[in-house]
Design a protein. Structure first.
Length: 444
């Protein structure tokens, strides 16, 4: 296994979109084309998912690769909420008919930086203008250090049934290094409250590959996590991308990070313990209990993947609201202004700053990559692979990562660790123009 880790630990996209953002052909994108795509997709199904980016955090965790702004000033909350509502109204004006909301996800930054009252105002303003799908999935990311009972209660009342809490690691040495001191009791309390209030899916985020992480310490983190019985788990590979996030990730040196082999062992160890305790691996980075909707969607082949990560809903139109949020209309993708002040100024008049219009070929490759990421298998019948693709597939097959039988590609259980390397074979943009090393995080 070690030689495979060495061979495949290269910089590759995470494929929440295709093409990956560095390959977007922004020169062919216009706001008019974007709105036309939104209208077209809306007309064909009237339903949508909404992602809302809430960027503020009270304190900087130095490992964090999310788009955030650090402040303790809560006076920012209200103007930001108002800007998001204006942005939503701008989209509403281009829909013909009342939208049906399948999914709302509040991400960040830290959604629980905002008061329950402000979150209620935000969600109510959206829901007043739409129908809620009977199959709706509303979820939010809660920081265990500042999620209150009132946050959980307010959002539950508004239809939220899923919450994910950022845990990362309980080891005090790791917590100190990443500047995120977070007692177990905080996670215990928020998890208990969520369950008492009737949240049907409580998830914990863990990260492997963090500075000073050891097998023994991470085993303890995994055991503590199991003791709280979350319904789902995210086990993220630490994305070390200091060139993107500036000084945030430079609070420790690369020497303090586990080696690629050690990192893989951290993952394998956690995976082994989770699987022995009734969790199943679902797609990349995720585990769920057999009675969780994500596992059921995976088993029935209904799992999807978009900018929010894995999702069980089916809407093809994803509207991203807020600074840096990304939208997807299955035909075009667009990203909002990242700078919070500039976003606040432009929210009401379409804050989109860049995007990509997808060709029919893009959409076919996207579907194939999505099948690999969500189902570990794909139908190659429409592909007509060139010599390079054929030889790469053969190499992956010889390395035991995948099997091909007729037109059917299947990733082997061992090969799941290398799933991003399998997707790369079908990435025509990367084939044409290999990315420089410092563009994506490493595969392992
Ligand atoms: C927006 S944060 C979660 C909400 C809240 N801000 C918190 O920290 O609890 C989303 C998750 O992204 C993951 N994450 C952030 N930076 C990462 C990185 N560099 N590599 C891998 N995962 C990362 C963490 O697991 C984190 O819980
Ligand atoms: S991990 Fe969460 S709280 Fe920490 S900086 Fe990132 S988004 Fe903010």
């Amino acid at each position: 296994m070690n030689h495979l880790i060495e061979k495949y630990n290269v910089s590759v996209p995470r494929y929440t979109s295709y093409p990956a953002m560095p390959f977007w052909q922004t020169e062919h994108f216009t706001r008019e084309k974007w709105l036309l795509n939104v209208k077209k997709t809306f007309q064909s199904e009237n339903k949508l998912s909404i992602y809302i980016h809430l960027p503020y955090c009270e304190s900087l965790c130095t490992f964090c690769a999310c788009h955030k702004r650090i402040t303790r000033n809560h006076a920012y909350e209200e103007p930001y909420i108002n800007a998001v509502i204006s942005e939503w109204k701008m989209y509403l004006a281009c829909f013909e008919g009342v939208p049906e909301i399948e999914e709302i996800h509040l991400g960040g930054g830290t959604p629980t930086f905002f008061s329950p009252e402000n979150l209620e105002k935000l969600i109510t303003s959206l829901l007043e203008t739409a129908r809620v799908s009977p199959r709706h999935e509303f979820s939010f990311e809660g920081h265990p250090n500042n999620t209150t009972y009132a946050h959980l209660h307010t959002l539950r009342k508004l239809g939220f049934r899923r919450v994910s809490f950022g845990v990362q690691d309980y080891d005090p040495a790791v917590q100190q290094a990443i500047h995120r001191v977070q007692p177990f009791e905080n996670v215990q309390n928020v998890t208990r409250w969520a369950k008492e209030l009737g949240y049907t899916s409580v998830s914990h985020d863990l990260v492997f590959g963090l500075p000073f992480q050891t097998l023994e310490g991470f085993r303890d983190t995994v055991q503590k996590t199991l003791s709280l019985s979350p319904d789902r788990l995210s086990l993220y590979s630490y994305a070390h991308v200091p060139w993107i996030k500036g000084i945030g990730q430079r609070g420790y040196s690369e020497e303090n990070l586990p080696t690629p082999g050690e990192k893989r062992r951290l993952y394998e160890t956690a995976r082994g313990i989770f699987e022995q305790n009734g969790y199943f691996e679902v797609g990349m980075d995720h585990f769920a209990r057999a009675d969780d909707a994500m596992f059921m969607a995976y088993r029935e082949g209904r799992l999807n993947r978009n900018f929010m990560g894995y999702t069980t809903t089916q809407a093809r139109l994803l509207i991203g609201l807020g600074a840096s949020a990304i939208s997807d209309a299955w035909g075009a993708m667009a990203q909002n202004e990242k700078n919070v002040d500039a976003y606040l100024e432009s929210a009401a008049t379409l804050p989109v700053v860049k995007g990509h219009i997808q060709s029919a070929r893009d959409l076919a490759q996207r579907k194939l990559i999505q099948d690999i990421m969500c189902r570990f298998t794909a139908d190659l019948s429409g592909q007509e692979p060139d010599d390079l693709t054929r030889s790469r597939l053969l190499e992956l097959e010889e390395d035991g990562i995948l099997e091909i039988s007729g037109d059917r590609l299947s990733v082997t259980p061992m090969g799941r660790a290398f799933i991003r390397n399998v997707c790369v074979v079908f990435d025509e943009y990367l084939k044409e123009k290999p990315s420089p090393e410092r563009t994506f995080s490493k595969a392992i």
